[in-house]
Ligand binder design. Structure first.
Ligand SMILES: [Zn+2]
Length: 267
């Protein structure tokens, strides 16, 4: 039996002397794996038809038993050539692909993850990455996986927390707590979030396209706080850090000489 789908290439690695295993993100199946028989032969019909970060149209033989489908036909529909020239964009795309590979599971209804990844890669194809772009992607990704922190009210007493007061967050709570309910937690996993950070995060949670978030100017202290906050949620759910995230955070490290500028209070 054959099936057809669009999918984004997340990983390609060799299998035997002449074949490839390709890991894809598809809207219908989520993370899916195909064997590409004869991919490395000189006259293979698959030569040039797929590569990292391409979106392709696939026809494949379905294999339920081991979950590795057999690729029958493949046609690229979005090459994203800018990711071959822009190494900073390529590094950021690699982090997104690793996150997708590790957190999206096989199964139906991954339209949101597929669209989000496509939007990010399209943006990186023609624009350099920014720290704000990566943080926007992470908070949107968490929303698609059901990990999104609840950022509008106290998870214990339901008191609204959208005013100009600080709130506390712990990944295990799944959201914020007001000062009264947070008590005097000394846990290293508990974060104090200021109103400006909460305003940025709430705005990004509701923004499906990267163009505006990518241009958000964040003060270096805000960048570092957002990266640490989002990293704590990823650590909690993934239980280990991704090497590519550390590399991207280092690449997009804020210029500390700009600390004298005023932080923005809203995106
Ligand atoms: Zn409360």
């Amino acid at each position: 039996m054959t099936d057809r789908t669009h999918a984004i290439v997340l990983r390609v690695y060799p299998y035997s002397r002449t074949s490839h295993v390709v890991i894809w993100l598809s809207p219908a199946l989520g993370r899916m794996v195909t064997l590409v028989k004869g991919a490395l032969r000189p006259k293979s019909r698959f030569l040039g038809q797929y590569d990292l970060f391409y979106t392709c149209e696939l026809v494949y033989y379905t294999r339920e038993r081991n979950g590795i489908h057999i690729l029958k036909e493949c046609s690229p529909i979005n090459y994203r050539p800018g990711l071959r020239d822009r190494w900073r964009s390529a590094m950021t795309a690699s982090y997104a692909a690793e996150l997708a590979n590790r957190t999206s599971v096989p199964g139906p209804d991954h339209q949101g993850l597929f669209a989000l990844t496509g939007h990010l890669l399209d943006h990186l194809n023609t624009n350099p990455p920014t720290a704000a772009l990566v943080s926007w992607f992470e908070i949107r990704w968490m929303g698609q996986l059901g990990w999104a922190p609840q950022l509008t009210g106290c998870t214990a007493c339901n008191k609204g927390l959208t005013g100009q007061t600080n709130a506390w967050f712990n990944p295990a709570w799944g959201g914020l707590k007001c000062p009264d309910c947070a008590g005097h937690s000394n846990s290293t996993d508990t974060w104090q979030l200021t109103p400006d950070l909460l305003a940025i995060l709430r705005s990004w949670q509701d923004t499906p396209h990267p163009d505006t978030p990518a241009k958000t100017f964040c003060h270096p202290t805000q960048v570092l706080a957002l990266q640490a906050f989002l990293g704590s949620i990823l650590d909690y759910h993934l239980d280990l850090q991704t090497a590519s995230r550390s590399m991207v955070m280092d690449l997009l490290k804020p210029d500390r000489t700009r600390r004298t500028e005023q932080p923005c209070v809203a995106p």
